[in-house]
Ligand binder design. Structure first.
Ligand code: FMN
Length: 297
């Protein structure tokens, strides 16, 4: 028996998501509208790109994968995310015109954290944030592509929030405890995520989501979910359980590799079409109407 798989959070998450079933409500329903208002802007759907890094140029094409999916995000009018990179790479992404949140690593060099956030703001980022789930590694603090990471206190996070005027997003929240701290420091959004299995036996984001939603009631914090989101049905379930949006991740990579900008655009639009179909079949005309009463466990 393969015991190693039992601790894999990706497998556990997939199983949990697939155990959530959707009932139908056709009578009096209409074709749904997937558009959302999110942090002061309007987007075509509550689907977002993942905070990815280190993607090469697929099939020898001119732009690397990060640039290509950012261009697709602009074409689809969805919120774009990017991850670990230097400022020159971020500038190219910002220049695509995609509304982009730059997720900065928890570098031990705190000056680098601040520089990357301030630079992002100066070239027009929609928001900045940090993936707090990359602080620790099995030998102590994490080392990512040769760069040392370090602890982050609530005061440090509050300092970043106050340093920039654009929305601050904390990525890697997987508990009510961290979610409430994010609200307290003034974060405008959190991404509920285990970062494709950073810890073994990580609770599926959608399992902890309803508790987080409840804890943040009345607080001005948007909730995004990622990990294993591959279809409109996955996005629908996330919204039903309390998310404002969901980010696709590795599920978009085959379309990116083979089709580049148009491949990702078609993939995202397909996810959006499936979401609209499910909303229409369940009697939810608007994204903000969706609730968990249609979910069966
Ligand atoms: C190639 C690759 C690079 C990534 N780089 C980053 C990063 O720099 N910063 C970050 O916060 N997350 C990064 N992630 C994690 C994703 O943003 C996301 O949280 C994770 O893949 C879970 O979603 P998924 O299961 O849908 O892939 C990366 C993931 C992949 C596959």
């Amino acid at each position: 028996m393969d015991y190693t798989r039992l601790s894999d959070a990706n497998v556990i998450t997939q199983k949990y998501m697939d155990s959530l079933l959707i009932e139908a409500r056709y009578i009096d329903s209409v074709v749904a509208d997937t558009s959302i208002d999110f942090l002061g802007d309007t987007f075509s759907m509550p689907v977002m790109t993942p905070a990815f890094s280190h993607l090469g140029n697929y099939a020898g094409r001119e732009h690397n994968g990060l640039e290509e999916y950012s261009m697709a995000a602009k074409e689809c009018n969805i919120l774009n995310f990017c991850g670990m990179m230097e400022n020159d790479q971020f500038k190219i992404i910002a220049d695509t015109g995609a509304k982009t949140v730059r997720i900065v690593k928890p570098y031990a060099d705190n000056g680098k954290v601040k520089d990357q956030m301030q630079y992002a703001e100066s070239v027009g980022a929609f928001g900045v944030g940090m993936d707090i789930d990359h602080i620790f590694g099995d030998k102590g603090y994490d080392v990512v592509v040769g760069e040392d990471m370090s602890y982050q206190t609530a005061d440090m996070l509050r300092g970043y929030v106050e340093m920039v005027k654009i929305p601050f997003v904390v990525k890697g929240v997987l508990s009510v405890s961290d979610a409430v701290k994010c609200a307290d420091i003034g974060a405008k959004a959190i991404i509920v995520s285990h970062h494709h299995g950073r810890i073994p036996y990580a609770v599926p984001p959608m399992m902890v989501l309803p508790e987080i939603k409840k804890a943040l009631e009345g607080r001005d914090v948007k909730i995004i979910v990622d990990c294993g989101i591959a279809s409109g049905a996955d996005v629908f379930k996330a919204l039903a359980l309390g998310a404002d949006a969901a980010a696709v991740g590795r599920s978009m990579l085959p379309s990116l590799e083979t089709g580049g900008v148009s491949g990702v655009r078609d993939f995202i639009n397909h996810v959006g079409d499936e979401l609209r179909y499910l909303m229409s079949c369940t009697g939810f005309a608007k994204v903000s109407d969706i609730d968990d009463s249609v979910i069966h466990y």
